[in-house]
Design a protein around this ligand. Structure first.
Ligand SMILES: N[C@@H](CCC(=O)N[C@@H](CS)C(=O)NCC(=O)O)C(=O)O
Length: 206
C-alpha cells in the first residue's frame, strides 16, 4: 500500500489511521511547493492534493474517504462499527462532520468572513463547536465507548485547532485533543512527520 503524503497536512490523518489499523504501508512524499506534480501521483490524486492512497487496484484521495476505507477494510468492528450495528449511523455522521462542518466553519472563522447559518451546511463556527462538544457529553470518544476512525478525523482537527489557538476556551475539546494526542498510533504518525522533515523522502512504517 502506498500513501502519497506531505508533512504538516491532512495526510497525517491517513498515517495515524494506518498506524491505528496496524497495516503495512509505504509513504511517498509529495513536495507541495513544486507546481509540477508527478504523473503517477496525479493518477491517484487528480486534484494534486494529499493524502492519496494506492492499495492494489484501489486509487483514491480525500482523508475522510481514506480513513473510512481503511477502517472498513482493515479494522472492521474496531475502527469502524459494522454496517448493521446501532453505532454505524452516528459514526458516519461524525465522519462527515469534519469536511462538512468543522473545516468550512474553521476556515470561515480564520478568514474573518460572516456566515449565513441557514444557508451554509456548517451553520457557523459557534454552532459547530457547540454541536461537537455536545457529541462528547456521553464519553471520552465520539461514538460509543471506544476509539474509532471518527476520532482520527475529529481528533486531528481538535489537535490542529488547539495548536493554532482556535479552540475557543473549550475544556471539553481541549481534553479531547489531549486524549487523542496521547494515542500511541498518533505519536508514531507524528514521529513520521519529523523523520520526513529531517530529510526522508520515502518512508515506511513497519
Ligand atoms: N478534502 C481533502 C483536502 C486535501 C487538501 O486540501 N490537502 C492539502 C494539504 S492539507 C493539499 O494537498 N494542498 C496542496 C494543493 O492544493 O496544491 C482531504 O481531506 O484530503
Amino acid at each position: 500500500m502506498k500513501l502519497w503524503w506531505s508533512p504538516g497536512t491532512r495526510a497525517v490523518r491517513a498515517v495515524w489511521m494506518l498506524e491505528e489499523a496496524g497495516v503495512d504501508y509505504e509513504r511517498a512524499a509529495v513536495d507541495l511547493s513544486e507546481p509540477r506534480r508527478d504523473p503517477e501521483f496525479l493518477a491517484a490524486s487528480p486534484m494534486g492534493k494529499v493524502p492519496a492512497l494506492e492499495d492494489g487496484d484501489v486509487r483514491m484521495w480525500d482523508s475522510a474517504a481514506i480513513c473510512m476505507y481503511l477502517a472498513d477494510r482493515y479494522a472492521p468492528d474496531r475502527l469502524a462499527p459494522a454496517a448493521d450495528s446501532a453505532d454505524r449511523g452516528l459514526w458516519l455522521q461524525w465522519m462527515f462532520f469534519v469536511p462538512g462542518a468543522i473545516e468550512p466553519a474553521a476556515a470561515e472563522k480564520e478568514a474573518g468572513r460572516l456566515s449565513v447559518p441557514r444557508v451554509n451546511g456548517w451553520g457557523n463556527f459557534d454552532k459547530m463547536i457547540d454541536t461537537w462538544e455536545r457529541g462528547l457529553e456521553a464519553g471520552a470518544w465520539i461514538v460509543g465507548d471506544r476509539f474509532t476512525a471518527a476520532d482520527v478525523m475529529l481528533g486531528s482537527c481538535a489537535i490542529g485547532m488547539r495548536a493554532k489557538g482556535t479552540l475557543p476556551g473549550s475544556p471539553v475539546l481541549e481534553a479531547y485533543a489531549a486524549r487523542c494526542a496521547a494515542r500511541e498510533a498518533y505519536r508514531r504518525a507524528l514521529a513520521a512527520e519529523g523523520s520526513a522533515a529531517a530529510g526522508g523522502s520515502l518512508g515506511r512504517a513497519r
